[in-house]
Design a protein. Structure first.
Length: 359
């Protein structure tokens, strides 16, 4: 039997076994990433699989095992960095375990849309559903919809206990604020994300708590909507109305921090000589901002892997548990922050010493 012959027709797992010279059970173990296969044998099977273009028949696998191999995800706002990275990394983690992936996006904050998305995934016989929604909502009725399907909350709060994987958003914001305090900054402003978003609230709370722990008063707060444009506009308001009352800024995400950098630059305020800035997310471009942005990194790859592991554990146990897993973000130090020193120059009021309060 030649490889060229197999390329002309549909290839089966038994064909791969014959070409490799091993049992079809061994080929199955390699395809399903199971242990107890010698490294040399695994490499040979993988080589033949690639050469003949073999693809496992997922429908047949489901029928044979009497269980689905499809992971479902309900999500929102994938145009934003965080939600898009959560989706991409959950898909990658699914594929690494030989699972298929399907997602259903919703277009507005509505229990009706969320329930419809869950129903759609259930109709495709998914093995379980992961839900990432940015708002804090009472979704207890999902317990009825998903009573026979494992449900995992991904950095989300549904108003009831269910297996969950969280990023500690509050801790990340506290880390950013603590870092600026350690650099000597005592008047720290905050550019907050949109009010309905859970991450925006927790990052705001983290900023508040760290200042309170250090017995420092909160600096000025302005709101944005996660976009660079809103960060630019929010920073312009800070400069116009509150300059001299802050020496550093904690920004709720990196895109808004990019807009803030542009606003400071347009007002001839140097970063970090006259103002320090910390973002949140560590987007791929953050290290290429001018100056490179100090920021809080979320490990989305770990979030994706842990979410899928949590789901497969629920499937294997065939029962719901209230296990909760938390991932801690961490600080990436770059050039947008520096120890408090020198003077602040107000574009309108001349020069003011850091910490002074011109009325």
């Amino acid at each position: 039997m030649r490889l060229s012959d197999k390329k002309k027709k549909s290839v089966t797992i038994r064909d791969v076994a014959a070409l490799t010279g091993v049992s079809y059970q061994t080929v199955s173990r390699v395809i399903n990433r199971m242990p107890e296969v010698a490294a040399a044998t695994r490499a040979r099977v993988q080589q033949v699989v690639a050469e003949v273009g073999f693809r496992p028949n997922m429908t047949a696998r489901q029928l044979a095992s009497k269980r689905s191999t499809i992971v479902g995800l309900v999500t929102f706002a994938t145009s934003f960095y965080g939600p898009s990275q959560i989706m991409v990394n959950i898909e990658q983690a699914s594929k690494e375990l030989g699972l298929s992936f399907m997602f259903s996006g919703i277009i507005e904050q509505s229990t009706q849309y969320i329930r419809r998305a869950v129903d759609e995934l259930c109709s495709h016989q998914v093995c379980g559903i992961l839900i990432h929604l940015p708002w804090e909502m009472d979704l207890r009725d999902l317990q009825i919809v998903c009573r026979n399907v494992p449900l995992i909350a991904v950095d989300s709060d549904f108003g009831f206990e269910c297996p969950s994987v969280f990023v500690n958003q509050e801790l990340g914001s506290r880390e950013a604020t603590r870092y600026l305090i350690q650099l000597g900054h005592e008047r720290i402003a905050h550019i907050r994300g949109p009010a309905p978003w859970r991450a925006a609230r927790l990052r705001y709370v983290g900023w508040q708590k760290e200042l309170k722990a250090a017995r420092l008063p909160p600096g000025p707060v302005v709101d944005g909507d996660w976009t660079a444009e809103s960060g630019f506009e929010a920073t312009q308001r800070l400069i116009t109305n509150r300059w001299g009352k802050f020496t550093a800024v904690v920004v709720a995400n990196d895109q808004m921090a990019l807009g803030a950098i542009r606003a400071f630059e347009e007002n001839s305020i140097r970063i970090p000589q006259e103002i320090s800035l910390v973002g949140f997310d560590d987007i791929p471009e953050a290290g290429f901002f001018r100056p490179p942005l100090s920021t809080i990194k979320q490990d989305f790859a770990a979030l994706g892997r842990l979410s899928i592991q949590c789901l497969t554990a629920q499937v294997d146990q065939n029962r719901a548990t209230s296990s909760i897993h938390t991932i801690s973000p961490f600080l990436i130090e770059r050039e947008s922050t520096a120890p408090l020193a020198g003077i602040l120059r107000s574009p309108k009021e001349g020069r003011t010493r850091p910490g002074s309060h011109p009325d």
